[in-house]
Write a protein that binds this ligand. Structure first.
Ligand code: FES
Length: 124
C-alpha cells in the first residue's frame, strides 16, 4: 500500500536543508527531482555512489543498491537513486567520492594499476 513520508536531506557541503513529502513506492532521488531539487547523481542505477547519503534517522529500502557493500549499508549509507522511504527519514549528503573511497580506497595503490601508460617510461 502506497504511503507518504517526510524526507529531509541535509546538504553536508552548504548546510542547506531540503524537505519534501515522498511516495513510498518511488525512488527518493526522483521524488525530489519532480519537485525541482537538483541532487547529485550519475548512473541512476545504484552503482556509482554519486547519490550516496548517510541516514541520520528513519528507514528506507534499497535492494537495488548494488554499488554499496553490506558493511556500508549496515553503517547507514544509502543510494538515493534506488532508495524508497519506509518511514519519515532524515539523511545527510556525503562529500564527492566519500563513499567510493570508503568502499574501494583500501585497494588503491596496490596491485597492477599503472600510474601512467607504459610508453611514457620508454627511453630513447
Ligand atoms: S546515481 Fe549512481 S548510485 Fe545513485
Amino acid at each position: 500500500m502506497k504511503k507518504t513520508f517526510t524526507v529531509t536531506i541535509k546538504n553536508k557541503d552548504n548546510g542547506k536543508v531540503y524537505q519534501e513529502q515522498v511516495n513510498s513506492d518511488e525512488y527518493i532521488l526522483k521524488e525530489f527531482e519532480k519537485k525541482g531539487f537538483k541532487l547529485a547523481f550519475s548512473c541512476r542505477n545504484g552503482c556509482c555512489t554519486s547519490c550516496a547519503v548517510k541516514v541520520i534517522s528513519g528507514t528506507l529500502q534499497q535492494p537495488e543498491a548494488m554499488g554499496l557493500s553490506q558493511a556500508l549499508k549496515d553503517k547507514g549509507f544509502a543510494l538515493l537513486c534506488v532508495a524508497k522511504a519506509t518511514s519519515d527519514l532524515e539523511v545527510e549528503t556525503t562529500h564527492e567520492d566519500e563513499v567510493y573511497d570508503l568502499q574501494f580506497g583500501q585497494y588503491f595503490g596496490r596491485g597492477y594499476t599503472r600510474v601512467a601508460p607504459p610508453w611514457e617510461f620508454e627511453e630513447d
